[in-house]
Design a protein. Structure first.
Length: 162
């Protein structure tokens, strides 16, 4: 089973739990800002190193029970289990801040990157519309793109910018 298939099956299970028992969870999508330019400037091996190191930042910033998955070339999804929107925003803000301050090492060079994030939780989507791919991921992705359009290196949730 591929990890994306695992991610969607896990999300579907969480949605079912949410519908039955209102167990909270949130989805945060992270995207490395200007990653194509980074690859063009530093090379794809440097980009691969950044992806690996950013994955560690995500894993260290989340609990073992959360799901961290790569979704696309430089996009990542984090499913924060048992977490409502406000605490999920706190986690996303912390990951954005840690990434901004982190020195990514590649062949003796220290480089810096920023990430943007869109966050949504299960309560924001009407129960009859809840689906892993259409409602939650699409909504968090829309917020991610709003974060990018409004300056990058930030978290967007609700109708506010953090």
């Amino acid at each position: 089973m591929t990890f994306s298939r695992y991610l969607f099956l896990r999300l579907q299970g969480l949605l079912d739990e949410y519908r039955r028992h209102r167990c909270p969870f949130a989805v945060a999508v992270f995207d490395i800002d200007h990653f194509k330019l980074f690859n063009d400037t530093h090379g794809h091996l440097a980009g691969d190193t950044v992806l690996q190191q950013f994955t560690l930042i995500l894993q260290e910033g989340c609990r073992d029970s959360d799901v961290v998955a790569r979704y696309g070339s430089e996009e990542f999804i984090v499913v924060l289990i048992g977490t409502a929107l406000a605490p999920a925003m706190h986690v996303a803000r912390r990951i954005v801040a840690v990434t901004r301050l982190h020195s990514f090492h590649f062949k003796g060079q220290n480089v810096h990157i920023t990430v943007s994030s869109g966050v949504v939780d299960a309560t924001e989507v009407p129960g009859d519309m809840l689906s892993a791919d259409e409602a939650l991921i699409d909504k968090s992705d829309q917020r991610l793109y709003r974060a990018k359009n409004e300056g990058r290196d930030r978290v967007v949730a609700w109708d506010c910018i953090e």
